[in-house]
Design a protein around this ligand. Structure first.
Ligand code: ZN
Length: 60
């Protein structure tokens, strides 16, 4: 009977996550050592990665 429950809210959660990620990138501003030229690394908590070349830097 209640087969339509469960999927609501999934997309909302995903878009919220990306918004938070964008804010974190702005505040960190670590430049990619490979790309340079104002290409910033995306912060993922325990590591940072470049969306352009794929460079990943682990924090300690
Ligand atoms: Zn890069």
């Amino acid at each position: 009977m209640a087969a339509k429950k469960g999927k609501t809210g999934e997309v909302k959660g995903v878009s919220k996550y990306y918004e938070l990620g964008g804010d974190t990138i702005k505040s960190r501003k670590s430049v990619c050592p490979r790309c340079g030229n104002g290409v910033f690394l995306a912060d993922h908590g325990d590591r940072q990665s470049c969306g352009k070349c794929g460079y990943t830097e682990f924090k300690k």
